[in-house]
Design a protein around this ligand. Sequence first.
Ligand code: HEC
Length: 133
Amino acid sequence: MIVKSVLAMILTAGLATGAVTAAERAAHIMRMDDIDAARYDIEDGAAAKSAEQVQKGTTAVGDLLRAERAYFVKGGADDATAALDKTVGILRDIDAAAKAGDFTTVSARYADLQASCTACHDLKADDRIKVEG
Ligand code: HEC
């Protein structure tokens, strides 16, 4: 009984540390590059006052970030997962502002979006998420 619970504790600790496969790590880095490219539709759309272009960017970045969530959850990086959810919230604000034709808010929240990217990078989650195999 005691052996079993000690074993369970060790296993739980192992899971909490988090590990991903090499393929998952590679897919994550590729998604980040795609996010980096897609965000320019938000920036350029704001300058051109094009709701359509801004929303093309928010949709693409949002979809990619939602796909990224599983990576950070599996990696056990709770701080990064929380940072990701915050970033998705900013994207929603940008999307709503674009829909309303409020490009002042789009630009202001775009600055917040960039700060949110940096804030997550500063957490250095990949230094903690192990790659197995
Ligand atoms: C949930 C956390 C998180 C968020 C939010 C996030 N990133 Fe990343 N990003 C990472 C991690 C982790 C890496 C791996 C390298 C590192 O640790 O800096 C990375 C790497 C990158 C890279 C380098 C990819 C390569 O080829 O090496 C780019 C570019 C990038 N992110 C752009 C962005 C942009 C733009 C945003 C915001 C729209 C963003 N990221 C939001 C966590 C995040």
